[in-house]
Design a protein around this ligand. Structure first.
Ligand code: UDP
Ligand code: MG
Length: 311
């Protein structure tokens, strides 16, 4: 029989996990034609998440876990899950039931019967989310899609079902700065999108602050497009051109009207403006340089403290 690996990244999810397990268990009972592996990745939780997972593992042989030595972030957790999964098909899910397990049978059907390699999900509403956050999220997708050749789908979740072939190509991308939405899109393959209404988390609270999301957005841009660098160069060229015109203007004016000492405020404005543009461009370059620096260190994406997976 074929097997589906369900990867669940968990960070402080002791409250949500039992509910998740119950819901997931129901779905596995509906899908009798496949075996399941429930692979929980404990991303350095500070609460009783690991104990809850171990309890589940005791009473259910399908439950596997990988527990990190500290919090490495959801991207690392998803990577660890993909790398350690053994199923013919793999799905990534959140522990808070915001990724409804009930979509799984339909996702599986699309892969088996309609020949898709992966089925992604996107939420068409952002109900229950702060308005400002939704606004910036929309802006982010508009901007990144203008800049990057890799398409990022607005509202796309990490929740998806993939064939082993897709999983292996994702695992082969060992970059340290991971931005999964881009990576999924980068590897390509025949992808079908399922849409659903946003569901609010069942228990516990979100781990993403606005600031964290902002940094994640920058990460996505830096990881999947070098357009900001080109922008910096263009900005530099434009400034040079403006400076050239200004020089001619000042030169001609001095020849025609002499050189009265004035224009101090405008000089200060120009110095400040140019200084700002320079710092901005250096910042952009620095951002890429920093990523390059981290990448070249070749650090492991995650470190495992304990697991019940035997190799
Ligand atoms: N998560 C994780 N590591 C982290 C932060 C979050 O593994 O450092 C997991 C979390 O346990 C959850 C999923 O990622 O299963 C999504 O997190 P959350 O629900 O807080 O994000 P939101 O849905 O609010 O965007
Ligand atoms: Mg959530």
């Amino acid at each position: 029989m074929e097997k589906i690996s369900v990867i669940v990244s968990c960070y402080n999810e002791e409250a949500a996990l039992p509910l998740f397990y119950e819901e997931m268990d129901k779905v596995t009972k509906i899908m009798k034609e496949v075996n399941f592996e429930l692979l929980f990745v404990n991303d350095g939780s500070k609460d009783k998440t690991l104990e809850v997972i171990k309890d589940l593992a005791k009473k259910d042989k399908r439950v596997k876990y990988v527990s990190f030595s500290r919090n490495f972030g959801k991207e690392a957790a998803m990577y660890a899950g993909l790398e350690n999964s053994s199923g013919d098909y793999v799905t990534l899910m959140d522990a808070d039931l915001q990724d409804p397990p009930s979509l799984l049978p339909e996702m599986f059907r699309l892969i088996k019967e309609e020949g898709y390699d992966s089925v992604g999900t996107r939420r068409v509403t952002r109900k229950g989310e702060p308005v400002i956050r939704s606004f910036f999220a929309r802006m982010f997708y508009k901007i990144i899609n203008k800049m990057s050749k890799v398409e990022m789908v607005d509202g796309a979740r990490d929740y998806r079902l993939m064939t082993r072939q897709v999983v292996d190509s994702i695992v082969s991308m060992r970059e340290y700065n991971r931005y999964s939405k881009g990576i999924f899109s980068f590897v390509g393959f025949k992808t079908k999108w399922l849409e659903f209404e946003n569901v609010e988390r069942v228990a516990g609270e979100t781990k993403w602050s606005f600031w964290k999301l902002f940094k994640y957005a920058i990460e996505g841009i830096v990881a999947f497009t070098t357009a900001p660098l080109t922008l910096a160069a263009i900005l530099g060229l434009v400034m040079c051109f403006v400076a050239f015109l200004a020089i001619i203007f000042v030169f001609v004016r001095t020849l025609m009207f002499g050189d009265p000492v004035d224009g101090w405020p405008s000089t200060i404005c120009i110095i400040l403006f140019v200084g700002g543009v320079q710092l901005l461009c250096m910042g952009i370059m620095g951002e890429y340089l920093a990523k390059n620096y981290l990448e070249s260190k070749n650090r492991p994406i995650y470190i495992v403290r304990e697991t019940n997976i035997k190799n």
